[in-house]
Write a protein that binds this ligand. Structure first.
Ligand code: ZN
Length: 123
């Protein structure tokens, strides 16, 4: 009889990541509350997963997105400093990429823009 596929335990993984991941800017060790999985994909078999993790550093206030690939016993991680907060990451996660119409609309907006950001942003 076939075994059910092994489910990666993301809660355990995130606990472990919070323990090993450090802020690349100041070296501060993240804690669990500042570490969120923003995207995940399991790869079966072998046991593995791809994770996108967002962290906010408590000490220097920088945010980093880590791309983490788990392939059996091997773990690869790449960190990128980002301006996105964790709420931005969920906000922009399901929006489509900018296209040429968006760029043209911005161009047209800027042509008639008075420079008054307060009015423009309160619309
Ligand atoms: Zn830091």
């Amino acid at each position: 009889m076939a075994q059910p596929p092994h489910k990666a335990d993301f809660k355990k993984i995130i606990e472990w990541l919070a323990y090993i991941l450090k802020c690349p800017i100041c070296g501060y060790r993240y804690n669990l509350e500042q570490t969120k999985i923003i995207d995940s994909k399991e790869n079966i078999p072998p046991v593995g997963a791809n994770l996108l993790v967002h962290t906010d550093c408590e000490r220097c206030k920088s945010s980093v997105v880590f791309s983490i690939a788990i392939d059996g016993p091997e773990i690869f991680s790449v960190g990128m400093v980002t301006d996105l907060t964790s709420s931005d990451t969920s906000k922009f996660k399901n929006t489509s990429a900018l296209n040429s119409d968006d760029v043209l609309a911005m161009h047209q907006f800027l042509e008639g823009f008075s420079g008054d950001f307060r009015t423009a942003l309160s619309k």
